[in-house]
Design a protein. Structure first.
Length: 284
């Protein structure tokens, strides 16, 4: 082993969520910082996926092999950690002094983005309005998509704060990433104890833009989600070919939005109180 590399260690910070709330942008920027180390695999999911957790802590350590001696912060980003019911206790057992970073986004926008991601992979067979009938619950269940349960953020924050000190948790708003990315990343760097003056082009970049394939067969199924249930899973990949095109999905239907505003009202109010931030624009 080179003298300027560490041996296997465990992380001293985790990005615990939220899905579709800027974690890819955050991962890309942190990976560029000379005092931060992150594995090439973004979502390690050790504390989230049962099959990964059962492989043991020694397996997890392998993701943190060869960290440069100059690195002050080393961690990984697995957005499912925030809502998995067992993740907080698992993390506490192995990483009691960990620093936790959570990004939160308007939960309606977050859910809608997740929905369209699944539409683009032809794995969602319902309309967005149709998903409301079976998925509008406020507690995430492992194995479920959790379109709406992933957005009751304060429920999961409370769960973490039962095990970790408040100063171990940094909650960042997706709104701030969009409106003032330099300040957003600076707050993160300060929390991690690394040089807050670091800048890179990725701090202004937009990650995870939406794309669809342009071939006729794919577009036919994409525009008819209910027909996707007749495509065997192993054959869907055969539709993903040709040029990709940027895709801007339509706005949320008014009836669905009003229903979701009511659903999230109390959760958002409690989150606003915890953050001491005005989140009333999430209801607009």
């Amino acid at each position: 082993m080179s003298d300027n590399k560490r041996g296997n260690v465990l992380p001293n910070f985790l990005i615990i969520g939220s899905q579709k709330a800027g974690t890819t942008s955050l991962y890309n920027v942190l990976s560029k910082h000379p005092e931060i180390y992150m594995p090439q695999k973004k979502e390690v999911n050790f504390f989230f996926l049962e099959k990964e957790f059962l492989r043991g802590i020694g397996y997890y350590e392998r993701f943190f092999t060869g960290i440069p001696q100059g690195a002050k912060a080393f961690g990984e980003a697995s957005p499912g950690y925030i809502c998995h019911p067992q993740a907080p206790t698992r993390i506490k057992e192995y990483l009691p002094n960990i620093r936790l970073i959570l990004t939160v986004r308007n939960p309606i926008d977050r859910a809608y983005s997740q929905y369209w991601d699944n539409r683009m992979t032809l794995s969602e067979t319902q309309t967005f309005e149709g998903t409301l009938e079976g998925a509008l619950v406020d507690t995430y269940e492992p194995g479920k998509l959790g379109y709406f349960s992933r957005g009751t953020y304060v429920k999961y924050i409370r769960r973490y704060l039962e095990l970790f000190n408040a100063d171990q948790l940094l909650v960042l708003l997706f709104d701030d990433l969009r409106d003032d990315p330099v300040k957003f990343y600076q707050d993160c760097f300060q929390f991690l104890g690394v040089d807050p003056g670091f800048r890179c082009p990725e701090m202004e970049a937009v990650f995870n833009p939406s794309f669809v394939w342009g071939n006729f067969l794919y577009r036919w199924f994409f525009n008819r989600p209910a027909c996707g249930r007749y495509i065997p899973v192993r054959l869907k990949c055969l539709l993903f070919w040709g040029r990709k095109k940027r895709f801007q999905y339509p706005p949320v239907g008014q009836a669905a939005k009003e229903r979701l505003v009511r659903f999230y009202e109390s959760w958002n109010r409690e989150l606003a109180s915890y953050l001491e931030r005005d989140l009333s624009h999430w209801d607009e």
